[in-house]
Structure formats: C-alpha cells, structure tokens
Write a protein that binds this ligand. Structure first.
Ligand code: ATP
Ligand code: MG
Length: 229
C-alpha cells in the first residue's frame, strides 16, 4: 500500500443522517484542512462532532457530498491505507487487560522502552511507571485506569503513531486546566507536520490551534482563531 506522510482534507457539501433517523446529523459541511494544520471542532453535546470524525475514518459514508484526503475521495482508498494514515483517539479510549507496554505498542510496534517511557512522562503519566515500569498490568485484573488516565494513554498512542492525520475526540475531557494545557502544547510541539483535528466543547486553551470551527445542530456556524472567537 502507498503511504503519503501528509494529510490534507476537504469536505464539500457533506450531509449525513444515521440509518432510520429522519433528520440530518451533519448538514452542508464544507471544510478545507491543509496538511500540517491543527484545527479544533467546537460545539455543545450532540451537535455532531464525533459523527464528523467517524465520517473521516469511513465508519459511515455521507449520503451527500464528497470527502477527500490528499485530493482523493475517501471511498477510493483501501481500508489498510486509510488505517495507516489515520490515528483516532476516541471519546472512550480502550484499555486492554495487558501491560502498559503492550497497551502502547499497539500504536507503534517498533517503539523502544525508552520512547514509551518518554511519551508517558510527557502526557503526565510517569506515576504509572513507579511500581513495575512498563511491565505494570493495567485494565482488568490489574491497576484500574481512571478516565483522565485513559484519555492520556490515548494521547500517548497518538503521539507514538506515525499516521499523518490525528483525530482526537475530547482527549482533555475531565482533566484539570493545567493538564489540559500541557496536552494541547504537546500536540502543538510534537505534531508539527501532522494534521490534527481536535474535538472539544471548550474554547479554553485552544490558542495553539490554527483554526477553530464552531458547530451547532450539525452545521458549522462560525470559524476563526482563538483570538477572533
Ligand atoms: P458529545 O459532545 O456529547 O460527544 P457530539 O457532538 O459528538 O456530542 P454526536 O455523537 O456526533 O455528537 O451525535 C450527533 C447526533 O447524532 C446526536 O443527536 C446523537 O444522538 C445522534 N447519534 C449519534 N450516534 C448515533 C447512532 N449510532 N445512531 C443514531 N443516532 C446517533
Ligand atoms: Mg462526541
């Protein structure tokens, strides 16, 4: 499979409704995201943010409109290529009943222990290493991982992944403002050549994003920088 180490996205007149639902969850979405751009999708609960991310991974296809990645319609990609190009941190990060190491290696099988420890420290999870290091068992039958820790493991996986497109669904939900700021700065620093789409429902801390799109009831109603909004 071909691999392009950059990701440029465009959505044109995109409409989507879930099967057996009379109303459109996404309406006339038009978005152009340049390679290397970091954008936020902001909006209240239920406005369609997660659905939009799911269209980008082809969990669903839109009923109308075109979504292109690097100028090519998404449906023309084979699944493996799309998966290689995209890393998703979903709203509910899945933690496997396994060691900390194996929970991270699924994002990047070639990473060294040093790299794994490094990234854990960066996302503020070095405390998880204290007892058994990367051999610590987490998930069922091991150390329970809090919601905020789960999200940070999700961010750690995204940072380790080579994909040029990073989709993050509320990765800082439930984190304190300091930790949130730390994670947003990390994304800024470590994903400079990558395209980042961050879903959130708070404007706070989004200074590092190139552009912020505000959604309401399935539509983009406003866009601008943190300063402008
Ligand atoms: P939140 O901030 O709470 O995560 P969101 O902006 O991510 O909200 P979505 O999850 O995209 O919102 O949901 C948009 C709308 O689509 C909501 O009305 C929701 O009830 C509906 N919806 C989401 N998933 C499905 C589904 N699988 N089947 C039918 N309707 C769905
Ligand atoms: Mg959501």
């Amino acid at each position: 499979t071909e691999f392009t180490p950059q990701a440029e996205l465009s959505l044109e007149n995109t409409y989507f409704s879930y099967e057996n639902q009379p109303f459109a969850v996404l309406k006339n979405i038009n978005l152009n995201i340049a390679a290397g751009e970091h954008i936020a999708l902001l909006g209240r609960t239920g406005c369609g943010k997660s659905t939009l991310l799911q269209l980008l991974t082809r969990a669903w296809d839109p009923q109308q409109g075109t979504i292109k990645l690097n100028g090519r319609v998404l449906s023309e990609y084979d699944e493996a290529t799309l998966r290689e190009m995209t890393v998703v941190v979903s709203q509910r990060v899945h933690i496997f009943s396994a060691t900390l190491r194996d929970n991270l290696l699924l994002a990047s099988p070639d990473a060294s222990d040093k790299q794994l420890e490094n990234v854990l420290t960066k996302v503020g999870l070095s405390a998880l290493l204290e007892q058994d290091g990367l051999n610590a068992w987490i998930g069922d039958g091991g150390r329970q991982i809090s919601g905020g820790e789960q999200r940070r493991i999700g961010v750690a996986r995204a940072l380790l992944h080579k994909a040029p497109l990073i989709l993050l669904d509320e990765p800082t939900e439930g984190l304190d403002a300091d930790t949130e700021g730390q994670i947003l700065r990390l994304l800024k620093q470590h994903c400079q050549n990558k395209t980042v789409i961050l879903v959130t429902h708070r404007l706070t801390g989004l200074e590092t994003m190139n552009q912020i799109y505000v959604m309401d009831a399935g539509e983009i109603i406003e866009q601008g920088t943190h300063h402008q909004l």
